[in-house]
Design a protein around this ligand. Structure first.
Ligand SMILES: NC(=O)c1ccc[n+]([C@@H]2O[C@H](COP(=O)([O-])OP(=O)(O)OC[C@H]3O[C@@H](n4cnc5c(N)ncnc54)[C@H](O)[C@@H]3O)[C@@H](O)[C@H]2O)c1
Length: 373
């Protein structure tokens, strides 16, 4: 890259903002120009820690004509309102997951971005990492034949054992499906293509959970959402996936994601990481074999999807971590819960194009765009 890609402003300077600030300040052609938070001291602390020139009030960041792209790292409940304000201010937006917690709001957001002629991008961008891109290439190259089925297991005992403020994980817009589901569903959709319908059964195992973190040990918090969701997803191209997202499992030996095809099975690494171990079981063999990673970006690189969005804008191509993909994932999450409530399959309205694969053998942060070297 040689020419400046644009100026970025972060809104929401909490935990994950650290990873973004680290990544963005290391990219020579991206200028992390400002940050903002409802709590000014958080914006000031992030600016100080990473040499960001300005810590601003949220409105001032949105009104600043020098900011080209807003990175929305607020809490899920504030995602659509913050992204909408940025779109209305004429800026491209890249949001943390989920796109929103309500499908109607998500749809309105995507429509507003299209009408305004700005780009809408959304995390997770882990599917751009070495692990999932290697899996994508193996599937596209026919290593497992025709994909028939997939399984995904996000088994966890829930975050209240260690997290100092775990109530947000048990409120509307969270639970295992909305908090962790985006990683699993985004991986499945990018590997298998869009889904066409979903059915699920969900349960809320406890009315309250008990905090284990030192500062608030023993405090009880209410649970508003299902904490164990078992979904069956039909993909438009034919595969049937079984996905379990749970905060109710103390221990498990199940793999995170497997894609099972007519000629073999692919063991996919943790979709909440960029690298990981890829393994392949070929028809007629007796065991899984390790497959070397064919792609770059194996280290933690949150912000990679934003870089892709900025390069896409420069080169006039679609960006990969797109609003359409995130909207489809949001519909899958919401529809899983609705299916359990209504006892019926839900046919999805949305679809999305499978994001273009990254060519193998490139360096970190390179998407193969011409003229960016
Ligand atoms: N923490 C992680 O490891 C992690 C990993 C991946 C993704 N995420 C996602 O990133 C997002 C942020 O998570 P986090 O852990 O950093 O949360 P956090 O609570 O640590 O930080 C969120 C920040 O947003 C600010 N904020 C809330 N509403 C706002 C608004 N309307 N305007 C401006 N600022 C506002 C809060 O004051 C806070 O500083 C979430 O969507 C989460 O799902 C978090």
């Amino acid at each position: 890259m040689s020419a400046r890609l644009g100026r970025v402003g972060i809104i929401g300077c909490g935990n994950i903002a650290e990873a973004y600030a680290k990544k963005l300040t290391a990219l020579p052609d991206v200028e992390l120009a400002a940050c903002a938070d409802l709590l000014p001291e958080r914006a000031e602390a992030l600016a100080k820690a990473h040499g960001i020139p300005r810590a601003l009030p949220v409105d001032a960041l949105l009104a600043d004509p020098a900011i080209d792209v807003v990175v929305n790292l607020t809490v899920p409940l504030a995602h659509t309102a913050t992204s909408r304000a940025a779109i209305d201010a004429g800026k491209h937006v890249y949001s943390e997951k989920p796109l929103g917690i309500d499908l109607g709001e998500g749809r309105a957001l995507a429509e507003a971005a299209t009408a305004a002629g700005v780009r809408l991008g959304c995390a997770p961008d882990t599917f751009l990492g070495a692990g999932l891109q290697t899996c994508r290439k193996l599937i596209d190259d026919g290593a497992i034949g025709e994909p028939v089925a997939a399984v995904g297991f996000m088994h966890s005992p829930g975050p209240e054992g260690w997290h100092p403020g775990p109530e947000i994980f048990y409120q509307r817009g969270a639970g295992p499906m909305f908090d962790m589901g985006p990683y699993y569903l985004t991986a499945l959709v990018t590997l298998l293509g869009p889904a066409r319908r979903v059915t699920a059964s969900a349960r809320r195992t406890h009315d309250e959970r008990t905090i284990g973190a030192e500062a608030r040990r023993g405090e009880r918090i209410p649970v508003e959402v299902p904490t164990h969701v078992a979904s069956v997803i039909d993909f438009a191209a034919g595969p049937v996936a079984t996905l379990v997202t749970s905060f109710d499992v103390q221990g498990s030996r199940h793999r995170r994601i497997e894609i099972q095809g007519t000629e073999g099975t692919l063991a996919v690494p943790d979709p909440n990481t960029f690298g990981g171990r890829v393994q392949l079981f070929r028809r007629g063999e007796r065991s899984f074999e390790d497959v070397p990673l064919t792609h770059a970006n194996a280290e933690q690189a949150r912000g990679l999807g934003l870089l892709d969005l900025m390069l896409a804008e420069r080169h006039g191509r679609p960006h990969r971590a797109s609003g359409d993909l995130a909207l489809h994932v949001l519909e899958l999450m919401e529809s899983s819960i609705r299916s359990s409530e209504t006892g019926a399959h839900v046919t999805l309205d949305s679809s999305c194009a499978r994001p273009a694969p990254i060519p193998a053998g490139l360096a970190d942060d390179d998407f193969g765009d011409e003229g960016t070297g």
